[in-house]
Design a protein around this ligand. Structure first.
Ligand code: 5RP
Length: 230
């Protein structure tokens, strides 16, 4: 299927374009892994159009679960499936190798769990998310609250500046009851090693580098249409 764009598409329209293009990776009878965020919301809307042809979805957040359910798409518990054919999710940054930074929507832990169940990770994003080196977007890290200050000091030793994410004047609480640190000032030249390193720190629930669970395919929305990176 061709998904062409005209030159004047807005960022929202590019998200719609890649959300629709991701349907090409969904097959009859699938249970589909579904991510979180504004781009994925466009995918969920498109998925609703073929809901009678799929079995349902495994969702990575309460927000996506609510949207899927409202559109009449069955949502399965992650523990009810052994494997998913495909996981479709957005990213805050992606490099040319499929390594990503994720967690802008605070759903990174469940996103990594659902991605780990999937045979294929299809990333959908507008072209502003493509970077040569990860680190421009402040890196989200889900942490156990009592470890937040210590983890912030560990990032400072790497040259990063960690800030506790707030919502409505209070520390944001994730779907898992934890907090998020956003770490600015990093340049992540070896995403695999970086992800492994930070995941070892006590109190880190999940670091928002997705290198071990990288994208198999990325559908990038551009003024020229959908560009596929493999
Ligand atoms: C949520 C995520 C999102 O995929 C990421 O933040 C991109 O979101 P959007 O499509 O709204 O730009 O990782 O935790």
């Amino acid at each position: 299927m061709t998904h062409a764009a005209s030159p004047a598409l807005s960022q929202d329209e590019l998200k719609t374009l890649v959300g629709q293009a991701a349907l090409d990776y969904v097959n009859e009878g699938d249970i589909v892994g579904v991510g979180t965020g504004s781009t994925v919301n466009r995918f969920i809307d498109a998925l609703a159009g073929i809901k009678s042809r799929i079995r349902g979805a495994v969702s990575s957040s309460e927000a996506s679960t609510a949207r899927l359910a409202a559109l009449g798409i069955a949502v399965f518990d992650a523990n009810a499936v052994d494997e998913l054919p495909v996981y479709i999710d957005g990213a805050d940054e992606i490099d040319g190798h499929g390594h990503m930074v994720k967690g802008g929507g605070a759903a990174l832990t469940r996103e990594k769990i659902v991605a780990a169940l999937a045979c294929r990770f299809v990333c959908i994003a507008d072209e502003s998310k493509l970077v040569p080196v990860l680190g421009r977007f402040p890196l989200p890290v889900e942490v156990i609250p009592m470890a937040a200050h210590r983890i912030a000091r560990q990032f400072a030793a790497l040259g990063g500046h960690a800030a506790l994410r707030h919502k409505d004047g209070a520390p944001l609480v994730t779907d898992n009851g934890q907090h998020i640190l956003d770490v600015a000032g990093l340049s992540i030249s070896d995403p695999l090693a970086f992800e492994s390193q930070v995941n070892q720190w006590p109190g880190v629930v999940t670091v928002g580098v997705f290198a071990h669970q990288k994208a198999s395919v990325c559908l990038l929305g551009t003024a020229q249409g959908v560009r596929t990176l493999r």
